[in-house]
Design a protein around this ligand. Sequence first.
Ligand code: ADP
Ligand code: MG
Length: 307
Amino acid sequence: MHEFELIQHYFQHKNKRTDVLLGIGDDAALCQVPPDMALAVSVDTLVAGVHFPLDAMAADIGYKALAVNLSDLAAMGATPAWFTLALTLPKADEKWLHAFSEGLTELAHSADIGLIGGDTTRGPLSITVQVMGLVPAGQALRRDRARPGDWVYVTGTLGDAGLGLCVHEYALSAVHQAYVRARLHRPTPRMAWGLALRGLAQCAIDISDGLAADLGHILSRSGCGAEITLTHLPLSDALRTLPAPQAWALALGAGDDYELCFTLAPEQAARLTFPCTRIGTISAVPGLRCFDENNQLWTPPSGYRHF
Ligand code: ADP
Ligand code: MG
């Protein structure tokens, strides 16, 4: 099959949304944006050997290429609507495309996001997904909306994907190994929780580069700082098998978790409807300060390369 035939074969029939006026096959797609909604747009590229290992499974690559983008929509409080897919492939490998398409389509169906177009080129393996979502403009969750006194929350557990990258360095049980590998290769974008934050929180980010870096983006965009209590960081059973400083270093510094970090006025806390953990407080003093169990300021020992 020719590349475009492959695209048609593997991707064309997978769009069931009624707001796609014209999908794959023309020079551009046509989508109907509801009049009261803002369009949230985000794009991420995964390059083989950089963002995933060269021997990664095609189904995992397809899943993750969409998952990391859905995570960005979640962090804006946007409902997934449409996406485009730009594929650069070394060759038209039907087996690879079949598995890739399955991983991608599985998540696209569950997120109710429709593939509306893309581009296919030959070259070193690289996947670019652009997602589009819908959010009432005034309710979007923005990085520049944290205020001193806000409480800082995270969803899920932190550091799992980072541990998944270096499983061989630790004596983990088979169950814990499988768990952290799954967290690395099949991250769960927190779409429902991002939506639940609409009208409740104003400030959120998804944790793709590690909590310290991503909370740091909130702090610099909002012109404030934060104090974090390390013993409050939510850690999985797998992370808890590590010495605390190593677990903290992974939770703060390793990327790829795709959990949400958000801030909230304390009086709103009782309205939270999904599992999340309060880890600290926004302050007017710039910078991120982490405190250990003795309330001592903690910086990760140098040598913990994930930080
Ligand atoms: P053009 O030359 O006008 O850019 P293309 O020949 O690149 O059009 O693509 C033809 C159609 O196939 C377009 O509608 C495009 O969006 C779609 N398409 C191409 N590659 C992909 C892909 N990887 N995934 C989804 N749709 C694709
Ligand atoms: Mg094109």
